[in-house]
Design a protein around this ligand. Structure first.
Ligand code: HEC
Length: 94
């Protein structure tokens, strides 16, 4: 009985892992659209707390994005592509 319960739990774990894999693959192959919000949370939030998006004006955000790009280069973090920068900018100034 215990043995059987254990296999069911193990099977569920395998199925769950397989499902998670699929999602990661979808993102990697761009089948799932990566939004500005996702980039903001994932990339901007990787170095510091997320800033309040309403705190700055569009022109100020533009300057911040340039500054952060330099910081990413300096800290050997892959910088955002032009496309990604546009999406984050869109989210910051929404
Ligand atoms: C490679 C690390 C890194 C990434 C990625 C990063 N930042 Fe920063 N950011 C910093 C550092 C370092 C500071 C200055 C120290 C601090 O505030 O923690 C900073 C400060 C800031 C500040 C405060 C004002 C300033 O210029 O000091 C804002 C606003 C900001 N970041 C926004 C962003 C946004 C938006 C993104 C995403 C596009 C982002 N950061 C991505 C490292 C990073």
């Amino acid at each position: 009985m215990m043995q059987r319960l254990f296999s069911i739990v193990a099977l569920c774990a395998v199925m769950f892992a397989a499902q998670a894999d699929l999602k990661i693959e979808d993102v990697a192959t761009n089948e799932v659209e990566v939004t500005g919000e996702m980039l903001f949370i994932g990339r901007c939030g990787s170095c510091h707390e997320l800033p309040e998006t309403s705190a700055l004006k569009p022109a100020q955000w533009k300057a911040v994005l340039k500054k952060m790009q330099k910081r990413m280069n300096f800290l050997k973090v892959p910088p955002l592509t032009d496309e990604e920068n546009k999406k984050v900018y869109g989210w910051l100034t929404r």
